[in-house]
Design a protein around this ligand. Structure first.
Ligand code: ATP
Ligand code: MG
Length: 462
């Protein structure tokens, strides 16, 4: 059941109930109370008996005929004083009774009428009212029939409403799915909504916006890639030239300055390489999907960063045993390696690398340290390229601010996520979540094969 229908359903029922009340009110106002009409028809037999048999009696026989009717029918005919009868009636009917009209008491299944206005039937007859009880009045049945009628109308109204709201709901879901996917960075996803849909113009606008952002982003990536690529050759030349120069200046006072320039060029080369990796990752749609054993991967990452971890208390804790994730081993090692390098750089004394299974079966790799941590407000921004908390970049502390951006991109290419929180050690905890299991490796490979065979463009179905 969709949310639009759940909202419209009670509103429709309320509207129909209100319409029923308005219809009843309008008929009552212009044509008289319809319930009274019904009751009068149902009581027409006893009324006819009163008007055409009892009332037609000669003057002194009125009471005798009344008694005869009492004997032969199961109606209860009572004579009550006018004042008592008037007091028991609702305000709007009292005058009618006083005027000598026949007044119906629907809940009491009775009618009342004064015997006469001038005391002609018997002595004191103008002081009495004839009350006829046990009439065959049953407006409940009529009310039930009305309720069924309105119920059927409601049902017939709700069927098209349900159909309409279902269509809208599906279209809105398609839109929101596309918006979610787009927000997650899948810029090639477009909302697919049929031409006649009410949200079609909105979907068109969204798609145009997506198209524009996509082309801007790819232009920006392309520019970054081209610039980085073009910078490699002059940097290589500079590196070579500086090396020659430094060799020639051995022992000379300028040698130190040339060596420093050499280091700067090496740093520049690293930056360009990092930028190239980031732009290449940005252009990729999906990582390779080969089975990667989790624990050996972490062990080799730790080994590769031995030089920076040696001065810290380092621990690898794992509870996943022999399990695989589907992915590109080099890319995964790069992501974990970047997290380990950061932890080693910022930790005071301890670093922990951990692998465990999440509640949903995913593989959760965490890197903890006891360093300064990352303030809550910065926890998203540190994944942006070139964003660094410590702006005073120097050679001892400083990288380029690209490590986490690369790690996040690597996680996304594996349909995983990466986030940062507070570590129980007191510093930062980076959490890399990867959908996993050996079965999933097989599933993913089969999915990719089917995907390629179908040659489809990546888009979300409605
Ligand atoms: P690069 O990794 O490119 O050499 P970097 O380490 O400065 O440079 P990132 O790895 O992207 O860049 O990290 C971005 C910023 O996040 C860092 O500059 C640092 O301020 C902060 N940061 C990252 N990891 C930690 C950590 N474990 N503890 C505290 N701050 C961290
Ligand atoms: Mg880093």
């Amino acid at each position: 059941m969709n949310r639009i229908f759940l909202r419209i359903f009670p509103l429709t029922l309320l509207a129909i109930a209100a319409a029923a009340l308005v219809v009843y009110g309008a008929i009552r106002l212009f044509l008289g109370d319809p319930l009274e009409d019904i009751a009068r028809k149902q009581a027409s037999g006893p009324i006819f008996l009163l008007e055409h048999y009892i009332d037609q009696a000669p003057q002194d026989e009125w009471l005798a005929r009344l008694n005869r009717v009492r004997e032969i029918s199961n109606l209860s005919l009572e004579l009550v004083p006018v004042d008592t009868a008037v007091a028991a009636l609702p305000e709007d009917k009292r005058d009618a009774l006083r005027r000598g009209e026949l007044v119906l008491d629907i809940p009491g299944r009775a009618f009342l009428r004064r015997v006469d206005l001038k005391g002609e039937r018997y002595v004191g007859s103008d002081e009495e009212v004839l009350q006829v009880l046990n009439l065959p009045i049953d407006v409940g049945l009529e009310l039930k029939i009305e309720a069924i009628r309105y119920g059927i109308v409601a049902l017939f109204l709700l069927v098209p409403i349900a159909y309409w709201s279902r269509m809208h709901w599906r279209e809105l879901l398609a839109l929101s799915k596309a918006a979610d996917a787009f927000g997650e960075g899948r810029l090639d996803v477009r909302a697919q909504v049929r031409n006649g849909a009410a949200v079609y113009p909105l979907a068109q606008r969204m798609n145009q916006m997506a198209e524009r952002i996509d082309s801007l982003m790819s232009a920006q990536r392309q520019l970054l890639h081209s610039v980085s690529h073009e910078l490699r050759t002059p940097i290589a030349r500079l590196e070579f030239a500086l090396e020659l120069l430094a060799d020639r200046m051995q022992g000379a006072p300028e040698e130190k300055r040339v060596r420093a320039m050499e280091e700067d060029v090496v740093e520049l080369k690293e930056l360009v390489n990092e930028l190239l990796s980031l732009t290449r990752l940005g252009q990729a749609e999906q990582a390779a999907a080969e089975p990667v054993a989790v624990v050996p991967l972490l062990q080799s990452c730790a080994k590769r960063h031995e030089h920076v971890l040696a001065s810290r208390r380092f621990q690898l804790i794992e509870s996943v045993g022999d399990c695989d994730v589907a992915g590109d081993p080099r890319l995964l090692a790069r992501a974990v390696g970047n997290l380990l390098a950061n932890a080693a750089k910022y930790a005071h004394s301890a670093v922990e690398l951990r692998a465990e299974r999440g509640a949903d079966g995913s593989i959760v790799i965490t890197v903890d340290d006891d360093g300064p941590g990352i303030p809550e407000a910065e926890r998203e921004r540190v994944f942006e390229p070139f964003y660094r908390l410590d702006r005073s970049r120097d050679r001892s502390t400083g990288g380029f601010g690209l490590g986490l951006a690369i790690a996040r991109k690597a996680a996304q290419l594996h349909a995983g996520t990466i986030s940062v929180e507070e570590s129980p050690l007191g510093g930062a905890r980076f959490v890399l979540r990867l959908p996993a299991s050996t079965h999933e490796v097989a599933y993913k490979a089969a999915y990719e094969a089917a995907y390629k065979a179908a040659g489809q463009k990546k888009s979300l179905p409605v």
